[in-house]
Design a protein around this ligand. Structure first.
Ligand code: ATP
Ligand code: MG
Length: 337
């Protein structure tokens, strides 16, 4: 197959605890749609990772595996070019995680800035589970079992890649091997899309997300309620573009860059109202989302096909996982017979 000739591999995953949002698109999906043209790309649906903070809600995770797959296909992930698989169907990832846990200290995990922020955000404090604290180790297994060299992610994932590479170096040194491969993060120019409420990051768990599957009326409502500049009260007042969510979204999604630059100038001078800008953003997002919605609707009608895509992805990936595991076990002297 043609896709197997492309090098090197790229991998990322999303946690299926809800459908994908514009932040996922800007942070990694857009890059993944491009990467599949030049790279052998694997995309993982991170259901095991989703369980680390949703272990009491397996039904939610299960339902969203399919929803996230629809989103991938709708934005243009092509199953003839990319391989999509489900994390829990690859038991070698869990096996690798156990081996890697010996190579990481609990203190190092506690210092991981992304995990630290999430523990705080979720209010876990001292009650954080071992599973949650250790999810970066499991993520190192996700990345390394496939020997990914490029990982397209948003900037909040950089500490994960760093931690992964520390594990790779420790493993290769201790077991005197070169089985594992270091990975490089591919971070897009807009590293982080803010939430509709103006918070620094759009996130499902933050309740400030605009979803790829949101219908038109929901998009309009979310945009009209967006955070702009709280001091920009009258149309004639000069407005701020720094921290202004509407401009952040126009920067990310409006293809007419010159016009956006002009609007920014006008807004800062005064004389441009928020409603005009928000209406423009609604049009821009509708133009972006309409073809995505149409493709999603097609795939939803062909559920069996989509399930088949996942099944094939798992079969292909599982074979690679077995190979890596054999090499890992040999390096660790666990190849008994
Ligand atoms: P959420 O954080 O929304 O609850 P999640 O936990 O499923 O969802 P993450 O694992 O945080 O998603 O992110 C999946 C990918 O999308 C990562 O590469 C991440 O960097 C990227 N991403 C998520 N939200 C944003 C955002 N607001 N801006 C840019 N990239 C983002
Ligand atoms: Mg997240």
């Amino acid at each position: 197959m043609e896709k197997n000739l492309k090098q090197p591999v790229a991998l990322t995953g999303d946690r299926p605890t809800g459908p994908l949002h514009l932040g996922h698109y800007v942070g990694s999906l857009e890059n993944r749609v491009r990467l599949q043209e030049t790279h052998k790309q694997y995309i993982m649906i991170a259901d095991v990772q989703a369980l680390t903070d949703n272990y009491e809600h397996p039904e939610k995770v299960r339902e969203n595996v399919l929803q996230v797959t629809y989103d991938y296909l709708a934005v243009g992930i092509d199953p003839t070019k990319s391989t999509i698989f489900i994390q829990s169907m690859i038991p070698e990832i869990a096996e690798l995680t156990i081996f890697y846990l010996n190579l990481v200290t609990v203190n190092r995990l506690r210092r991981n800035p992304t995990v630290k922020a999430e523990i705080q955000q979720k209010g876990y404090e001292e009650n954080v589970t071992a599973g949650f604290l250790c999810y970066p180790v499991s993520q190192a297994a996700d990345i390394t079992f496939i020997k990914a060299q490029i990982v397209p992610v948003g900037e909040d994932q950089l500490p994960m890649i760093e931690q992964t590479n520390e594990i790779v170096r420790a493993f290769n040194r201790i077991y005197n091997t070169n089985v594992l491969v270091e990975a490089t993060a591919l971070v897009p120019p807009i590293a982080r899309l803010p939430g509709t409420d103006g918070q620094a990051k759009m996130g499902k768990s933050l309740g400030n997300a605009l979803y790829l599957s949101d219908p038109s009326d929901v998009v309009a409502k979310k945009v009209m309620g967006m955070y702009t500049d709280p001091l920009h009260l009258k149309v004639t007042d000069p407005g701020r573009i720094e921290g202004n969510t509407v401009f952040a979204y126009l920067d990310a999604f409006d293809p007419r860059r010159d016009e956006v630059a002009e609007l920014k100038e006008q807004y800062q001078r005064g004389g441009l109202g928020d409603v005009v800008l928000k209406k423009r953003l609604i049009d821009v997002l509708e133009a972006f989302l309409t073809p995505i919605r149409q493709r999603r609707a097609e795939y939803e009608k062909n559920k069996d096909y989509v399930v088949g895509v996942l099944k094939e992805g798992v079969d292909v990936t599982r074979a690679i996982a077995r190979e890596t595991m054999a090499q890992v076990k040999q390096a660790m002297k666990l190849d008994y017979f």
